[in-house]
Structures are given as C-alpha cells and as structure tokens.
Ligand binder design. Structure first.
Ligand code: ATP
Ligand code: MG
Length: 514
C-alpha cells in the first residue's frame, strides 16, 4: 500500500517542498530510503524504528520503501524524520486516512524515545510549505514561534510522536501557535544600548551618523579604551528600524545557521556581528558540508564589526571583497553552489599603531622604528578601498568622562538618519533609480548628483593636491559630502559639506596610506 505526506528541505536560506511516499509490502524485507538522501537522512531509519516502538506502535519487519521527491535534489539533515514516520503511521492505519494530507507539512527530528527535537531552518521551510499551498504545519514545539510568522499557515508545535498521532486522530486538542505582529512593531524601534551613554567623542558620533545615513562603511582609529567598541555596538540602534520583510530575511539566515534560541520568533533588531580577529575565512563567508551561513550573512541587514582590523588574516579579509560589492556571497562546494544574502554595513576599529598610543596626549608611543608601518601595512588594501569614512577617536579628557549630562539618545539620531535616507531615496526615485543609499552610487551617479560650486571645487582641488588623493579617494569624498548635504536637507553640496567630508579621510590625510 502507498501513502503520501509532505515535508520541506533547505537549499541555502530557502526551502523547497519535498513529497514523501511510503510503500509497505506484505512480505518481509528491508527498510530503504531513496531519493538522493545524504548520510544523515539514511540514519533516519534507526531513529524512526526506535521512535515508533517507544511510542507504542509496532514496527513489523515488512518490506518498506520511502521515496523523497524531487529525486534530483539532495536532501540533507534530520528534519524529514517526522514526515517519514507519519507516512508509515498512515500506511499502517495508525492515523485515519480521511485526513487531507495534501494540506499538511511535517517537520522535525526524532529522538529514539519518540520525542520530537528542534531543527535548523524552520522558518524558510515553513515559507516553502505555505508557498506550496499547505495550510497546516506540525513541527517541534521549540520552533513553533519562529514558523508562526508565516501568513496563511496554522502552526502546531508538538513534543512527541504519541501527541502528534493523537492530535491527528482528533483524540487530543492542540492550540495553534499565533504570531503577534503588534509585539514586533512595539519592539523593533527599541534598542538596548543607547548612544546617550557615550561621553564626548563628538567627532566620532557625527562620523557614525553620516556613515549610517549614507550606508557608508567606516573605520574608527584610536587608542585603547576610548569607546570604539562601545560606539560600534550602538550603530544598529541608529539605523532605521527593521521592516517586517527585512526581519523575515534576517531571521531566515539565523534560523538556517542554528543561531535562533528556543522559542525565538522574529529578530526585532538589526543584527550586530563581531567576529574575533582569529576567525577563519570559512566562518566569515559560510560553508561546510551542509553549507551554513557565515558571519557576513548573519550580519545581513545589520552591522559587521571588525575590531582590531590589522589583526585579521589576509585570507579572512579577502573573502569580504566580493560580498561588500554584491551584497551576497556564493559558497561553492561539491554538491553545487549556494548563495547567501550579505548586505551589511562594515564597521572597523583599530589602534593608531602597534602599542596603541601614537598621538596620545600623555602616554608615549613605545613602537620601534618600522613597527608602525608594519602594523598599518597589515590592513588589506582592497578592503580599505571599500571604506568611505575614517575617523579618529581620541582619548577622552577627565572632565568629559565625569560629565553627567547625557548626550543625545539613539532615537534622536535615528530620526535624522531616517530623514536623510528618505531625502536621498526620493532623489534617486525621481530619476527612476533603485538606489537606496548614497554609498551605492557609481561613477555616473556621482557625476550627476555630486556637482560642486566653485568654492567647493576649489577646496577639493586643494585637498587633492596637498593630500595626494587618488581618484578613488576623490570619489569617496564626493559621496560622503552628498550624504552630509542630505543630512542638512540641502539639494546642493556646499563647500562646508565638502570640507567636512575631507576631514573624514584620516588615513589619506594623516597616514598617507592610500
Ligand atoms: N566615550 C566614552 N564614554 C563613556 N564610557 C567610555 C567611553 N569610552 C570608553 N568608555 C568606557 O571604557 C570601556 C572600554 O571602551 P571600549 O571597549 O569601547 O574601548 P575601545 O576604544 O574599543 O578600546 P580597544 O582599543 O582596547 O578595543 C567602555 O566599556 C566604557 O565603560
Ligand atoms: Mg575595542
């Protein structure tokens, strides 16, 4: 006899529907799983047999074949266990056949005891199920809140096989898990770390505001303990709040990477990822046998913070080049290629020299000759090329640190940033361009939107000659000046805007690195 039920699988950060067919013959024989299963799926046989027995269902030694379609797509992981077990229960009459299984999706890993264990990637698989016309989803209880985000799907979290069988047979009632959109709307504008806690550092605060307003990558340079990490952690809180769609996109990635905690639902706030400088290239870009998103994808729609930039290996910083341009990363492996989204704001921090105290008002720099050049030369040139703003974060004077008057809060800064972004977006939209921030401008758009008056042009000309700027540095100043003008609500870039943008090229000006 043949029974058919449905489940879903992962490919990158998207799911696809999988049909599970089970055929059980009357004669004795083996239990086989076919349809391009990987080793972990093949291991399901033992889990299914044991889970059936321990849930009070007899597992007779009849010839059983389970086929998973489409047969040409590789099936990885253990989330199919539950659907395979249900197909056997239906086949053997333990579950009433009157149920319309074409509307139901089953996801979950089995333990030998019959308990249903949480899985990775529940959200993208739930989305795939809904797209395939399913209206009911049974999955592990721990994943129910995450999947409940999907519209048009009644989500039921189950803890063990017996409970599931009873619910399907209507011997037990189970309430669906509901998603509360209002909770998301309430929480998305909150931020746990606030800019009002950062004392002084007006130049760095302003630079960060400009960077966020224009979507520019930023590098902060300063001695230890001046608040670089503190400022970086507060950047997601001044970015415009996550839209529902962005939250779903980011949550999908975190779900596939297994980064969501039990009972987590949507991410409310923009992610902040801060990989240690010993991070490997694969951990940054993602990969592995069952490819999982890396740090740059976990930072999608948020901030990737590289603290102590010169300490990162060349291999690690190399892998950032393509994703910064393309806003996605492609991981190649034996079974094919997967693409993960990776649109993030890059924030870097470093000390001005190896000992950290170059230019410090009281502490002497103890670096030997050549140390400083060696330290700076460790930063990847191509990566530095993709950073529009460099700002110095100087040591804080005691008076400022003790000053109890709190600085402007994140929500005030966020308002200005959001307004400036809207100003830029409208300008691009008027000309039918789909750009959403100034950092995305290419040569043609820079030519069009970054015209200078005579005074501004003279200023930039002088800076070009005295700072020995490259053409690339010149373009970066124009883009940043455009953002400064947007923050001021000005259609024209004035000389003051250019002057401020020139100041935000510390490495060109003071370090002569580029
Ligand atoms: N501007 C500031 N306002 C308030 N507190 C500050 C400020 N700067 C530093 N601090 C305090 O010092 C601690 C260390 O700061 P933080 O880690 O941000 O320094 P850093 O510049 O990143 O140093 P490092 O170069 O060693 O990484 C903070 O947790 C905070 O308590
Ligand atoms: Mg730090």
């Amino acid at each position: 006899m043949l029974s058919t039920v449905y489940t879903a699988a992962l490919s990158g950060v998207d799911g696809f529907e999988v049909t599970v067919e089970c055929n059980i013959r009357t004669q004795f024989g083996q239990f086989d799983i076919i349809g391009l299963p990987d080793a972990s799926v093949k291991e399901a046989k033992e889990r299914i047999k044991s889970a059936l027995e321990n849930s009070g269902f007899a597992m007779e030694a009849r010839q059983t074949v389970i086929n998973m379609a489409p047969a040409d797509k590789k099936k990885e992981g253990s989330a199919f266990d539950l659907a395979m077990l249900v197909s056997i229960l239906v086949n053997r009459g333990y579950i009433k056949n009157s149920i319309d299984f074409t509307k139901i999706c089953f996801l979950g890993e089995l333990s030998l005891s019959g308990a249903i264990r949480p899985i990775r990637g529940a959200l993208p698989m739930a989305i795939a199920a809904a797209k395939a016309g399913k209206t009911v989803l049974f999955l592990p209880k721990e994943n129910a809140r995450e999947a409940s985000v999907v519209e048009g799907l009644h989500v039921f979290g189950v803890t063990n096989v017996r409970e599931l069988a009873d619910v399907l047979n209507r011997d037990r009632n189970l309430e669906p898990t509901l998603f509360d959109r209002a909770v998301f709307e309430d929480n998305k504008a909150k931020c746990s770390l606030d800019f009002s806690e950062v004392k002084g550092q007006l130049a760095a605060r302003r630079a960060v505001e400009i960077a966020v307003a224009g979507g520019h990558n930023i590098l902060m340079i300063g001695p230890p303990g001046t608040g670089k990490s503190m400022i970086a952690k507060r950047i997601p809180g001044i970015m415009p709040p996550l839209s529902f769609e962005e939250a779903v996109e980011s949550t999908k990635i975190h779900s596939v990477a297994g980064e969501l905690k039990e009972n987590d639902t949507l991410l409310y706030q923009r992610p902040f990822r801060s990989p240690h400088h010993t991070v490997s290239a694969v951990a940054l870009s993602g990969g592995g046998a069952n490819p999982s998103p890396g740090e740059i994808s976990l930072a999608h729609n948020g901030v990737l913070f590289l603290d102590e930039l010169p300490e990162f290996s060349k291999q690690a910083t190399e892998v950032l080049r393509q994703p910064i341009e393309d806003k996605q990363v492609t991981v190649t492996r034996v079974a094919g290629r997967v693409t993960f989204p990776s649109s993030f704001m890059l924030v870097c921090a470093m000390n001005p020299c190896k000992c950290g105290y170059l230019g410090h008002p009281t502490k002497p720099c103890t670096c030997k000759r050549g140390d400083r050049e060696r330290y700076l030369s460790r930063i990847s040139g191509p990566l530095l090329d993709r950073i529009d703003i460099h700002v110095e974060v100087s040591s804080l004077d005691y008076g400022l640190l003790k000053n109890s008057a709190s600085n402007e809060s994140s929500s005030d800064i966020r308002k200005r940033v959001t307004r400036a972004r809207e100003f830029a977006r409208e300008r691009f939209a008027r000309d039918g361009l789909k750009l959403f921030c100034n950092a995305q401008m290419e040569a043609a758009e820079i030519e069009r939107y970054c015209r200078l008056d005579n005074e501004g042009d003279a200023l930039l000309h002088r800076a070009y000659d005295t700072m020995g700027l490259s053409a690339r540095g010149h373009a970066r100043i124009l883009k940043v000046a455009r953002t400064i003008a947007d923050l001021a609500g000005s259609e024209n870039i004035l000389s003051g805007h250019i002057a401020e943008a020139i100041k935000l090229r510390t490495l060109d000006r003071d370090y002569r690195l580029l």
